[in-house]
Design a binder for this molecule. Structure first.
Ligand SMILES: Cc1ncc(COP(=O)(O)O)c(C=O)c1O
Length: 301
């Protein structure tokens, strides 16, 4: 069967100087020693994961995160040597490839640990994993109690090692900070329990883009996960979306696609569990692809 695409041919122009500008803005919010883990999932929100990651790596970013195994492998095959964390769940059949490409899994379910440990035996050093705890996002993660039990698993000392502990804030860009504060309270209580057991986890990460800007208490002096270097305005209720100097814009290739806006777009990706807002709040036109990006982050300094 022949399928006819109804998509309008479109190319995106990505301004890497705007990306660098946005990264420098993000870093200003972070305390010294707190690193940025760049989220480049979904092809860096449509900007081109390889090009974006390579550009950010040249600017000193040493940690990246993707959603799936294939996204991580794509970056490795392109030559990225930095740490790459796979945020999404993994099937047991994917573990051999994960380890062959030195990708770091986020573990949200203890049933995968024996398979991971078996595959990691071939490695010269304990293999890094991150554990995810569910504090309110309603997606992936151990409950607080489960997490404490999992930490007793001897596999987490060898051949695996817990390099990171994370949670995902569901509403850091919401007008009311109560939910985020509650999530951080739960996460902090867990960290205290871990400390009392004499355990240390090198990377503790909770802040997403909005929390980088709004919740310094979520930075944890180690690492913050940001997609906003792509130009997604993290806190729209507080900050006006700038319209100049975009990091990307879109041009329909065909001259006869009149209704499409030519020019910068802002964020259209929506992954929060909140459902009280439209996914395309800042999209200036309906584009035939899911992509986020566009405006530089407002300079708050
Ligand atoms: C676990 C996790 N952390 C951080 C982010 C980045 O979130 P934001 O776009 O709000 O910065 C994502 C993106 O989906 C994510 O899945």
């Amino acid at each position: 069967m022949t399928s006819i695409s109804t998509l309008v041919p479109t190319y995106a122009t990505v301004n890497l100087a705007a990306l660098a500008h946005n990264l420098s803005r993000i870093k200003r919010y972070l305390c010294p020693g707190c690193e940025v883990m760049a989220i480049v999932k979904a092809n860096a929100y449509g900007h081109g994961a390889v090009e974006i990651a390579q550009s950010l790596a040249r600017q000193g970013i040493g940690q990246f995160a993707v959603a799936s195994l294939d996204e991580g492998i794509e970056l490795r095959l392109a030559g990225l040597t930095a740490s790459i964390v796979v945020l999404g769940a993994l099937f047991e059949e994917q573990i051999a490839d994960l380890i062959a490409h030195k990708l770091t899994p986020v573990v949200s379910d203890g049933r995968i640990l024996p398979t991971l440990a078996k595959a990691a035996h071939s490695q010269p050093a304990p293999y890094p994993i991150h554990l995810k705890v569910e504090t309110g996002m309603g997606r992936l993660g151990f409950s607080l109690e489960e997490l404490l039990t999992v930490l007793d698993n001897p596999l987490l000392h060898s051949p695996l090692k817990v390099e990171g502990l994370m949670t995902h804030l569901a509403d850091a860009d919401g007008a009311d900070s109560t939910f985020t504060e509650r999530q951080l309270e739960s996460f902090n209580a867990l960290l205290e329990q871990i400390r009392l057991r004499g355990l240390t986890v090198p990377l503790v990460h909770a802040a997403n883009s909005a929390a980088i800007v709004r919740f310094p208490a979520a930075h944890f002096r180690s690492c913050a996960r940001a997609s906003c270097s792509m130009g997604i305005t993290p806190c729209p209720h507080q900050y006006q979306i700038p319209t100049s100097d975009p990091s990307s814009h879109f041009t329909p290739q065909s001259p006869n696609c009149g209704p499409f806006h030519r020019g910068p777009l802002s964020a259209i990706t929506e992954h929060s569990s909140r459902n009280d807002r439209p996914a395309s709040r800042y999209c200036r036109s309906a584009m035939p692809m899911a992509i986020a990006g566009g405006s530089p982050i407002a300079d708050q300094s």
